[in-house]
Design a protein around this ligand. Structure first.
Ligand SMILES: *Cc1c(COP(=O)(O)O)cnc(C)c1O
Length: 401
């Protein structure tokens, strides 16, 4: 999109080939494997006629740094070509900026937004604290809702989805939700950070805007912040206008890092998925663990939806402990060697994080006997991670009253 040639359709290729090919220059001339990093604000035009031609078609080529440079377009095109049904992608300085800008692109004063109760906390805060004063109201719904159309009013304009929810891992029945929404002209937006387009292709299931925090799996090395929104031809003009009017722009250096991360995404996800499943299965039978919230496990209540809509899992899931409170977690979390204690996920290094749902859910939650801990499984070896969790859980268990 953008007046540039549309990226090629790579959907017939395997994931590794798609990731090696996406966003690359055509074979018809001598070229770099990777776009050189171009740091630019000003672009110089040879003549006034060239400047005037650029003003007439500002999205056709080089114009001004904020309008993009070839390395940024390469990343946009690569992300577009990973999602069948996509017409274009915009990049944002963070995942949160991708979400907030996409919401502003489709909502106006008097509209109503429906958000899954499992949504990422800053998404809720943006709706409650920034959209509400603009006259856009929000209602939260059960991520497992069976009949979403029952919630629609004439004011309902958009639905914000996240599947699985990144703390408690509920899945949506996406085809049912998008079918109901499109029948009422309601825009659907999904935060697809957990699955990435390699594991779930939301536009093919009828979603209108597919968002990723590239900060997570695409970056993959915990060294950059970026977000993306990929959409259909119908919504592209609105998305592109909001991106431009709100002054969204990303660093060309970070775009190069994200594109580098994208090249190895399939490899890394296969490893994250495999190790995470091994660790999750082991945790399911651990005496200190009440349950494991991982949609690829048969014990997960939405496992049938997972098998139907997703082509695989990634490396993030939660555990519910058998007893205790959040405050009781120190002997467990402080004792871990291979799991860092920190925010974010999707990097090569494993992380653990206590999950806080207070103030973060509008609907009642199922009773849970102990605190929730979220684990991001990195690229370390399964046996080392299991040994680490085991010694820390036993230590925690011995400290329980
Ligand atoms: C981290 C995260 C985001 C936000 O990404 P940032 O780049 O940190 O702004 C959005 N959604 C989910 C599910 C996330 O985990």
């Amino acid at each position: 999109m953008n007046g540039r040639a549309p990226p090629p359709d790579l959907s017939a290729l395997g994931p590794g080939t798609r990731l090696s090919t996406a966003g690359r220059e055509p074979k018809s001339r001598a070229r770099f494997v990777n776009q050189p990093v171009a740091r630019a604000s000003t672009i110089l035009f040879p003549t006034l006629a060239d400047l005037d031609a650029a003003i007439k078609a500002p999205d056709k080529g080089l114009y001004y740094g904020r309008r993009g440079t070839p390395g940024i377009w390469a990343l946009e095109d690569a992300l577009t070509s990973l999602e069948p049904g996509a017409a274009g992608t915009k990049l944002y300085p963070s995942g949160v900026a991708a979400i907030s800008t996409s919401l502003l692109a489709v909502l106006e004063h008097g509209d109503e937004l429906l958000i899954t109760d499992s949504a990422y906390e800053p998404t809720r805060q943006f709706a409650d604290q920034m959209l509400a004063p603009l006259g856009i109201t929000t209602r939260y719904f059960d991520p497992r809702i069976a009949d979403i159309a029952a919630l629609f009013t004439p004011k309902t304009r958009a639905i914000l989805l996240e599947s699985p929810g990144s703390l408690t891992f509920e899945l949506h029945d996406l085809p049912a939700i998008t079918k109901a929404a499109s029948a009422h002209g309601i825009t659907t937006i999904i935060d697809n950070t957990w699955a990435t387009p390699l594991r779930l292709q939301p536009l093919a299931l009828g979603v209108d805007i597919s968002i990723q925090a590239l900060t997570k799996y695409v970056g993959g090395h915990s060294d950059l912040m970026m977000g993306s929104a990929t959409t259909t031809a119908a919504l592209w003009p609105k998305l592109a206008r909001a991106h431009y009017r709100l002054g969204m722009s990303v660093s060309p250096d970070d775009a190069a890092l994200a594109l580098r991360g994208l090249r190895t995404l399939a490899l890394r996800l296969d490893r994250h998925e495999k190790t995470a499943l091994e660790v999750a299965r082991w945790l399911e039978s651990h005496p200190a663990v009440h349950s494991v919230l991982h949609p690829a496990l048969p014990s997960h209540p939405d496992h049938a939806i997972f098998n139907r809509d997703f082509s695989g899992a990634t490396g993030l899931f939660s555990i519910v402990l058998k007893s205790g409170t959040r405050a009781s977690l120190a002997p467990f979390l402080d004792r871990l060697h291979h799991f860092g204690l920190g925010f974010s996920w999707g990097g090569y290094e494993s992380l653990a994080l206590p999950v806080e749902l207070t103030g973060n859910r509008s609907l009642p939650q199922p009773a849970r006997p102990g605190p929730i801990v979220r684990l991001s499984i990195g690229l370390e070896d399964t046996t080392d991670l299991i040994a680490d969790l085991d010694q820390a859980l036993i230590h925690w268990h011995n400290h329980q009253p």
